[in-house]
Write a protein that binds this ligand. Structure first.
Ligand code: NAP
Length: 512
């Protein structure tokens, strides 16, 4: 099959969006609000939702406040909790999908594996796993940072005789009641799933290679009076979001910077949390990290430490050496017999590799362009890959607030770029290499002072060469201001043929 992505009112500018999570759907909403209907969203699964569709493990919830972990242009007055759980977030996504008529734009069960740009026509050809292909003028990647589970290369994992599954591919048919269960990992997913299953399982072994820093979680149910107030008086809802946004911004330097004074303060708070929940000093010592707070994601939980102290739960503060048909062997060589293994081992590092095989101008591979780590201009466009827009691309992850506040500005940036292309009938827009280079030099210089590179830990934020290609080293407000205006002069602009000679885009083509 070879078809145009869409035949709507601007057949010269069909848009392909890959991924039906927050990014892709948010993009669809913003395009529609800008009057642009000529887009198709390709989703590899049979339903939208992305990470919130996939992460159905018990206890799955967001560690960012509900009123900030939602779109500012689609606020929800009746979140049931200060920190929403997975089903409610997925429901929010489904409601947005219906409300904005996005479903008719989605091609489900279509896994795009390849994209190639043709400089002569200025079109992307994208291909799915079955070999079907489509063409589009603009390609928008909303594949999400954390969508592909990381299955660790542990000796003998395949030989295990019981069920083995990853938190992001939860096997609901596996009854854990009374079973001996191993959870490998002690990151954001583990600290949610362990307390949620601890009571039901017979015996639980938690394999912690590196302890996380954990702060109290200020969660609570939202009262009916609050929900009513937010429903009836929308400015109150805006005010709550405003307050949450700025509270997070004020915390940003504490979390991002590696300054000893900030690190000491955070460490004191985290130690107070451990001391209040763990009375055994020997266990406490095993739970205290030896790196600076913030170097790995700071987690929030009130029930992780209590769960680890249950009679049926054992903390194995070891890595995993191997798996046998009947159990897990820790780094110290001791075998722990178990019936089920749950991998809470995180996701394939999103910024070390392109989300799919992408070839730009002259057949250049994105993975090749990114061989020293992913980089983009403001995290959105990549020189040599015209008309490609990345959502939540390199260095646009937050260390202190909601990823959606970054994403929203990217969505608006893309709409501005697409409108510019439509207005001037452009064949393509290609960010100038020196513009991208300058931006990334500035960014990486700033990165040197952050806790992520100087805080003394390994994390998925950092490439093998020690470069942080995941997070933005500053305030969200700073990023939002930088990405708020699409500046055509930063791009090579190539017009479609048959332009009128007074068209500014044509003039730009010859000079850029
Ligand atoms: P993660 O933070 O990358 O944690 C993975 C855990 O598995 C770590 O404890 C890691 O140990 C361990 N691990 C990995 N490979 C191992 C091996 N071969 N042997 C032993 N241990 C191994 O993954 P995650 O918990 O799934 O979280 C990933 C990201 O998802 C988070 O950073 C966050 O951005 C997001 N998330 C968010 C929420 C939320 O509430 N918003 C919830 C869940 C996840 P080391 O630390 O030693 O590498």
């Amino acid at each position: 099959m070879d078809a145009q992505v869409s035949q709507a009112e601007t057949p010269d500018l069909p848009i392909a969006i890959i991924g039906g999570g927050f990014s892709g759907l948010g993009m669809g909403i913003r395009l529609k609000q800008a009057g642009i209907e000529a887009f198709t969203l390709f989703e590899r699964a049979g339903e939208v939702g992305g990470t919130w569709r996939d992460n159905t493990y018990p206890g799955a919830a967001c560690d960012v406040s509900s009123h900030l972990y939602s779109f500012s242009f689609e606020q929800k007055p009746d979140w049931t909790r200060a920190f929403a759980e997975q089903p409610e977030i997925q429901q929010y996504i489904l409601e947005l999908t219906e409300k904005h008529g996005l479903r008719r734009h989605v091609r489900f069960n279509t896994d795009i594996v390849h994209a190639r740009f043709d400089g002569d026509s200025g079109l992307w050809t994208i291909q799915d796993r079955e070999g079907n292909s489509w063409t589009a003028r603009v390609l928008i990647s909303g594949t999400g940072g954390l969508s592909n589970p990381k299955i660790p290369a542990i000796d003998g994992l395949d030989s295990f005789e019981g069920p083995v599954f990853h938190t992001a591919r939860w096997d609901a048919s596996c009854d854990l009641r009374g079973k001996r269960v191993a959870v490998i990992g002690s990151g954001a997913s583990a600290i949610q799933v362990v307390p949620a299953i601890a009571q039901a399982v017979g015996e639980l072994k938690v394999f912690q290679r590196t302890p996380p820093w954990i702060m109290p979680k200020m969660d609570r149910p939202m009262s009916e009076a609050e929900k009513r107030r937010y429903r009836r008086f929308p400015p109150a809802l805006w005010l709550r979001r405003f307050w949450l946004y700025w509270a997070a911004e004020l915390r940003a330097p504490l979390l991002i910077s590696n300054r000893p004074v900030f690190k000491r303060l955070l460490k004191r708070l985290a130690l107070k949390h451990i001391q209040s929940q763990v009375s055994d000093p020997a266990l406490r010592r095993r739970l205290i990290p030896d790196y600076n707070v913030g170097c790995k994601r700071v987690l929030i939980s009130n029930d992780w430490y209590p769960a680890l102290q249950r009679k049926n739960v054992t903390l194995v503060d070891q890595g995993v050496k191997a798996v046998t048909p009947g159990g897990v062997v820790a780094s110290d060589g001791q075998e722990h017999p178990v019936d089920v293994i749950i991998l809470a081992t995180g996701f394939e590092a999103p910024t070390a590799a392109a989300p799919l095989a992408i070839r730009g101008l002259g057949g250049m591979e994105l993975n090749q362009a990114w061989r020293r780590g992913a980089e983009a201009y403001k995290g959105v466009t990549v020189s040599g890959f015209p008309n490609l827009f990345l959502l939540v691309g390199p260095n646009t992850g937050p260390g202190h607030t909601s990823v959606l506040v970054y994403l929203e500005k990217q969505l608006d940036y893309v709409v501005q770029a697409v409108n510019y292309m439509r207005r001037y009938r452009l064949k393509y827009l290609n960010v100038l290499p020196e513009v991208q280079k300058r931006f990334n030099q500035w960014l990486q210089t700033r990165m040197g002072n952050t806790v992520w590179v100087a805080g003394g830990c390994d994390s998925w934020y950092i490439t093998e060469d020690g470069k942080n290609t995941s997070l933005y080293p500053g305030f969200a407000t700073d990023y939002r201001l930088r990405v708020s205006r699409f500046r055509p002069a930063e791009y090579q602009r190539v017009a479609l043929p048959a332009q009128r000679c007074d068209n500014p885009a044509r003039a730009a083509t010859t000079t850029a």
